[in-house]
Design a protein around this ligand. Structure first.
Ligand code: MG
Length: 394
């Protein structure tokens, strides 16, 4: 995406270093004025950004994290999320979430939480749109298939691949490879690669996106699984958190038709989790007394749900793992995807000359196996299916 060059009078160098967590001084820039008015001292301020690898002047009316959000939104990898399954496959109808709709739900829920906690919503949105961009076709089964293609000691991580995409593979600009995202967005995604949180300062915005990811999939996987008849709402009521939501809905609305009840329970499941997270996080913030983003990022206190809700969520996730994610129909799809992905990676490793020109150059530099894995990882489910048919006609 070509971006307008800011007029000289408003241009500032975003690569200019500020001590992380410094509060911005009075500034004429609309983004700074807005953030000064709306954000808490522990939020990540645009003016305190550590900048980009390739220095760029400030945009006249967008902040650095707004630009990052737009760069991610306009990337090819982001658009391809619409063709990647989240949990359920395209053969199971068109009601359930794709990786793209999941991402949009995470962005929306993250922003709600971020606004309530007076954090930087622009940074949150950029991180949310980025968080699943590195998923290969066929979800986690695709990920384990790609990992098993690599030699012992190497693995494939969709979180790490997201960083490769936005720093090397996406190339919308003439001046540099990648999207040249800010340090804060790259650091937030890096934290997803290695979740040893005590070793990595992590912005509150990145913590919120992680938590919102789990709020989102816990709710929509229940919805999708019932709609696809993998289980019933009665089955799910074995889980105390779901039973509690059903009871709240019944107290409020009385008996409801099953389709309305399902949707209402899913709404309630999001509400219960988000309200608990905001309430508990506010208590944590008040206790910690952070006065800067740096203090918050380096703190041993990490935003979280209340201990009671954490336990309830664990119960729900255990149930979903046993009864949905390991459902025989999904297991069959996963095993088939793994077999076919392995076959395609082996094909391109033997025939790197059949890769696109860009990936041929990467294969020459990084090796044909690693590059074939990267190439396949970028595909949508649909593209992969078509390619597989071309390579191995049945
Ligand atoms: Mg996700």
């Amino acid at each position: 995406m070509m971006e307008p060059t800011p007029p000289e009078s408003t241009a500032r160098i975003s690569g200019q270093r500020h001590a992380a967590g410094d509060l911005p001084s009075a500034s004429p820039h609309v983004v700074d004025r807005r953030e000064m008015a709306l954000l808490a001292p522990y939020a990540t301020f645009s003016q305190a950004s550590r900048g980009r690898v390739h220095e760029e002047p400030w945009h006249p009316y967008r902040g650095p994290f707004q630009r990052d959000r737009d760069r991610i939104l306009h990337s090819g990898a982001f658009r391809r999320l619409s063709g990647k399954l989240q949990v359920f496959t395209g053969n199971m109808g068109d009601y359930h979430r794709t990786r793209l709709t999941h991402t949009m739900e995470v962005a929306s829920i993250s922003r709600t939480i971020g606004r309530a906690l007076e954090l930087n919503e622009d940074l949150i949105e950029a991180l949310a749109l980025l968080h699943d961009i590195g998923h290969p076709p066929f979800g986690h089964s695709g990920e384990s298939a790609l990992a098993s293609c690599l030699p012992a000691g190497q693995t494939f991580s969709h979180n790490r691949y997201a960083l490769t995409l936005v720093t090397e593979i996406e190339r919308p600009y003439a001046a540099f490879p990648g999207l040249n995202l800010t340090y804060e967005v790259l650091a937030g995604q890096t934290h997803r690669v290695d979740k040893d949180l005590s070793a990595h300062p992590t912005s509150l915005e990145a913590q919120v996106v992680d938590l919102a990811d789990s709020v989102t999939y816990d709710a929509h996987d229940c919805d999708d699984a019932i709609k696809l008849r993998l289980l019933t709402l009665d089955d799910l009521c074995q889980v105390p958190l779901i039973a509690r939501c059903v009871e709240r809905v019944r107290v409020r609305f009385g008996e409801l038709p099953s389709a309305i009840l399902r949707r209402q329970v899913v709404h309630d499941l999001i509400d219960v989790q988000v309200a608990d997270l905001i309430h508990h996080s506010r208590q944590q913030i008040a206790t910690a007394g952070w006065q800067s983003a740096l203090q918050a990022a380096e703190s041993s206190i990490r935003l979280n749900h209340s201990p009671e809700l954490c336990q309830e969520k664990q119960g729900l996730e255990r149930f979903l793992y046993q009864h949905v994610y390991r459902h025989p129909e999904l297991t069959r799809v996963r095993q088939d995807a793994q077999r076919r992905i392995t076959r395609v990676v082996e094909h391109f490793t033997k025939h790197p000359e059949q890769l696109t020109e860009f990936f041929q150059r990467r294969a020459a530099a990084n090796g044909p196996l690693e590059t074939s894995v990267e190439y396949v990882a970028g595909m949508t489910d649909r593209f992969f299916d078509q390619l597989y048919q071309q390579l191995f006609p049945s």
